[in-house]
Design a protein around this ligand. Structure first.
Ligand code: C2E
Ligand code: MG
Ligand code: MG
Length: 705
């Protein structure tokens, strides 16, 4: 420390004012402390940078002004020791501004005293080193990331020589840092990738400074591993200078796991065959391929016949063994481009890519039929095959499998151990039926059905015997539909009974309304045999009648159609007998068209026989039809049943029928079926007129024609 007098000496020295300006103008923070360590003076830089004004801090100790919560106590203790010993010292310490913001200073402190010719105390000169401290901190974090990262990090120079690697690199590759420094990362190469692969990688780095992808490499111990690698080119400030940072993680385990998942998702555990999902995928691409090449393919659903019995008899292990053997046989029977998949249980789906497959199915049936040795026994099985061919069948992959499955059920129905081709027309028919049924169900809910009524006339005195209720569908778009257009869909469906119940209820209700209006009409209601055989038919019929207690049940006739459903004559007899006990009449509709007419005539309790219109229609021209009508009338008379002829369209038919002894007629010759609202008017007009007028064409000119 120079003496002040030396510094200020004339000649080599400088004057005191100018020297004082050094302290006042330096950007450093300058403090003068007295002998006791309290602040005597601070320079303007100190005031500016810390916010503490000289006036406020004079006489105070720096520790009370500048220290804060994160000021390091050890540094403070060291400083105190230095001051105590009168040392010159330098320390980095964290101070706080007046507003409480921390900042780092490098603090240089010199004790001064009598030797320098001044009053004793200390000069403190400080640099703000916050920026340096921050970047040091950043570097420390970066270094710890490098050291502790689970990803391997590799830094190479412009010539791709390794500059540094982190511990994770050594852990993953087995190479220590010293072993690889200065080498090219190609030492890791597995040889699995083509030159072109690396070239495209470098092209990407060249273009975008970045590349990311999967790479097979080799560890020091020779083991291959797959890594997810990301390479970045980092440019330095000097133009044209750069280095590369590569980071990678070992994803071998992940890949293996993914492969296992893929196996589980796409293959069947038991047989190792593709499962349905993979089959669908292959089928989709096979269809595309077939489209492009103009070729065909077929899908075959194969279901073992009676496999359950094998399981039950020999146990599940034996069953599994049988399935495995069959899987092998099927695979061997097909060509290499074909697919055998297991769809579950004892069901397989085959995808055959060849054009002509007809022989294959015979071959398949025969290899399946060969005895299978299992647990010292021999099992012989058969299978049912359903096949559909693309592109004749235009469905998508899922649809093709479904169609093949449907065909397989047909093969089962036909008697098993055979194959059956899917019939697109039949399928369309089924689909149409399903659609129609949905629409019909909706129509029933929306009350779109109506009953029309067609008069039935007694030939003895031309009096009105009653009306037959005939259903119509007032379709919101197509208008009025006759039963021939929708009843076939209802037949044998779940809708048959509900719709039949609606007709019953509606007809009885209608009859009641007419009765209340003072009319004594009767109504015939058509009942399908299935409806009649419904377990609770008589019960709800009775409940409908009970809800109209004033109605005479004798005014209701049930028209039952001859049908196979009536073959359980004992049951039919019971139901009809009960209906008659309730007071209802029973008519046998369309007599002569079924197979068991005579049996029914003998066994069923019947009040009326209706001759089918097909016989009446041609009886004037066809001697045999006339003979049938005659015979039916004769038969009915022998059984003491009155007869009604349907489809009477003209007076000549009516006269002939009367002559033959027929009791009643119904037909367009009298009137077509008419809406319920017109019935009373029609009936009273008929009643007034009674006698029909025969016009010159031979038609009966009754009301309504
Ligand atoms: P069905 O019971 O034999 O009814 C007679 C059918 O012959 C009626 O046809 C009627 O309109 C028609 N018809 C009447 N006179 C003549 C004629 O002079 N010439 C010709 N060509 N046809 C005549 P619709 O109404 O189309 O009914 C057809 C069949 O549908 C009925 O035959 C019956 O089996 C069934 N059906 C109608 N309504 C119902 C119903 O409410 N329930 C059930 N289960 N079946 C019904
Ligand atoms: Mg009828
Ligand atoms: Mg009929």
């Amino acid at each position: 420390m120079p003496k002040l007098t030396d510094v200020l000496a004339p000649g080599g020295g400088i004057d005191a004012e100018r020297l004082a300006l050094v302290a006042a103008t330096t950007p450093n923070l300058v403090l003068f402390l007295d002998e006791a360590g309290t602040i005597e003076w601070v320079n303007p830089s100190f005031e500016q940078q810390t916010g503490h004004l000289l006036a406020d801090v004079r006489g105070r100790h720096p520790r009370d002004v500048l220290y804060g919560p994160d000021t390091d106590p050890e540094t403070v203790a060291r400083i105190n020791r230095h001051l105590h010993r009168g040392d010159t010292f330098a320390e980095d310490i964290l101070h706080y501004t007046r507003s409480g913001t921390p900042y780092w200073v490098h603090s240089y402190c010199v004790p001064i005293g009598r030797e320098q010719g001044v009053a004793p105390g200390y000069i403190v000169i400080q640099n703000n080193i916050s920026d340096r401290k921050h970047s040091e901190r950043g570097l420390r974090i970066a270094a710890s990331v490098f050291d502790r990262s689970h990803e391997a990090i590799l830094i190479t120079d412009q010539n791709n020589r390794i500059l540094d690697v982190n511990p994770a690199f050594s852990r993953i590759t087995g190479y220590s840092r010293d072993e690889v420094l200065g080498l090219n990362p190609a030492i890791l190469s597995s040889g699995r990738h083509s030159k072109a692969y690396y070239q495209s990688m470098w092209r990407s780095i060249e273009k975008t400074d970045h590349w990311r992808g999967e790479i097979w490499n080799r560890r020091k111990n020779g083991e291959e591993f797959i890594e997810m690698l990301s390479i970045s080119r980092v440019h330095l400030d000097e133009p044209g200078q750069h280095y590369f940072v590569a980071a990678f993680s070992d994803i071998t385990a992940l890949k293996n796991h993914a492969r296992e998942l893929d196996r589980a998702a796409n293959y069947d555990d038991l047989t190792g065959l593709p499962n349905r999902q993979l089959l669908e995928e292959r089928l989709r691409s096979a269809c595309n391929h077939a489209d492009r090449q103009g070729r065909r393919l077929s899908v075959c659903c194969l279901d073992l016949d009676g496999f359950k019995a094998v399981n039950n008899r020999l146990g599940h292990n034996a069953g599994d063994q049988v399935l495995r053997t069959l899987a092998e046989r099927l695979t061997q029977t097909l060509r290499s481009g074909d697919t055998v998949a297991r769809a579950g249980g004892d069901e397989f789906v085959l995808l055959l890519q060849s054009d002509d497959t007809s022989n294959v199915y015979h071959r398949l049936l025969s290899v399946i039929g060969e005895p299978i040795p299992v647990e010292g026994q021999s099992v012989t099985l058969t299978a049912s095959l359903g096949i559909t061919c693309y592109p004749e069948d235009t469905a998508d992959a899922e649809g093709l499998i479904r169609h093949a499955d449907q065909a397989m059920y047909s093969a089962k129905e036909k008697g098993r151990n055979q194959f059956h081709f899917f019939d697109a027309d039949l399928d369309q028919h089924r689909q149409r039926r399903r659609q129609q049924l949905t629409e019909l169900t909706r129509a029933l809910e929306n009350e779109e059905f109506e009953l029309y009524f067609q008069p039935q006339i007694r030939l003895s005195d031309w009096s009105l015997a009653g009306f037959e209720a005939l259903i119509r569908w007032r379709h919101p778009e197509t208008g009025l539909l006759s039963p021939g257009e929708f009843l076939p869909y209802v037949e044998n469906s779940h809708l048959e009974v509900p719709l039949g119940q609606w007709v019953l209820k509606e007809a009885i209700h209608q009859l009641n309304t007419w009765q209340e209006a003072g009319s004594d009409l009767t109504v015939s209601i058509n009942i399908t045999a299935q409806h009649l055989m419904d377990r609770s038919f008589a019960d709800y019929l009775e409940s409908y009648l009970h809800s109209h207690p004033e109605l005479d049940p004798a005014r209701v006739t049930l028209e039952v159609l001859e049908s196979t459903a009536l073959e359980d004559t004992r049951h039919a007899n019971q139901v009809l007998t009960r209906c008659r006990d309730l007071g209802l009449q029973v008519a046998l509709d369309d007599f002569g068209t079924g197979f068991s007419s005579l049996t029914y005539l003998r066994t069923l309790p019947i009040d009326l026989i209706k001759i089918d219109q097909s016989f009446v229609r041609n009886m004037l021209d066809s001697a045999s039809d006339k003979a049938i009508v005659e015979s039916v009338i004769f038969l009915a008379q022998r059984f003491d049943h009155p007869v009604l002829a349907e489809g009477v369209e003209n007076g000549e038919q009516a006269r002939l029928l009367a002559h033959m002894g027929c009791n009643q007629i119904q037909g367009y010759g009298i009137a077509p079926p008419i809406p319920a609202g017109d019935v009373l008017d029609w009936a009273s007009r008929w009643h007034r007129q009674r006698q029909p007028v025969v016009d010159q064409d031979g038609l009966i000119e009754g009301e309504g024609i």
